[in-house]
Design a protein around this ligand. Structure first.
Ligand code: ADP
Length: 178
């Protein structure tokens, strides 16, 4: 399997079965990547989201993708960063874990994450990328042979640099046999 980070627009990813949206608790759309996903998916996405009754911070829910090129959208709600002493790390880690659990339940083998919480929610990129990458490596090591590709689709070069660095820290050899 492969774990990587790329530069791009997550709404254009056609080589993954699911993309992960950095949503808010209402699941009814917002700014940033959430707004871009809803715009690209079309109005039926929010209609399905209305049936879900929102989503707690740290949890994840799945919908169809409508006009997006992938098959599914996994909506997760990252924590707002209040300085790091309000359980942010555990909540962010939970976002990644729950997103992959939901993917696993559906038999989804390829997943593209956005950089959860590092935009409007203010989570420092160094800390968020470490928590995200550590959690994903930990999850795949516990679920060998379950995924073909997990990637971060980064909207800017700085974000890409942080995720790439974290992934390289784990070393590609760690993926052998997964
Ligand atoms: P949050 O509220 O969880 O912080 P944001 O949407 O504000 O979420 O930002 C999360 C990340 O998504 C940021 O790095 C932002 O630059 C990025 N982003 C915004 N639009 C897109 C897009 N179309 N594709 C991929 N990433 C995007």
């Amino acid at each position: 399997m492969e774990i990587k980070a790329i530069l791009g627009d997550i709404t254009k990813q056609a080589d993954v079965e699911a993309i992960v949206n950095a949503a808010n608790e209402s699941l009814l759309g917002g700014g940033g990547v959430d707004g871009a996903i809803h715009r690209a998916a079309g109005p039926d996405l929010v209609k399905e989201c209305r049936t879900l009754g929102g989503c707690r911070t740290g949890d994840a829910k799945i919908t169809s993708s409508y006009d997006l090129p992938c098959k599914y959208v996994i909506h997760t709600v990252g924590p707002i960063y209040y300085g790091g002493k309000s359980g942010e790390e555990e909540k962010l880690s939970s976002c990644y874990r729950r997103s992959l659990e939901v993917a696993l339940e559906k038999g989804i083998r390829s997943v593209a994450f956005s950089s959860i919480s590092t935009g409007v929610y203010g989570y420092p990129l160094d800390k968020a990328s470490k928590t995200g990458v550590d959690t994903v490596f930990d999850f795949v090591s516990k679920h060998p042979s379950s995924f073909d590709l997990i990637e971060w689709v980064c909207f800017d070069g700085l974000t890409l640099k942080y995720y790439e660095e974290q992934i390289n820290d784990h070393g590609r050899s760690a993926l052998r046999g997964l």
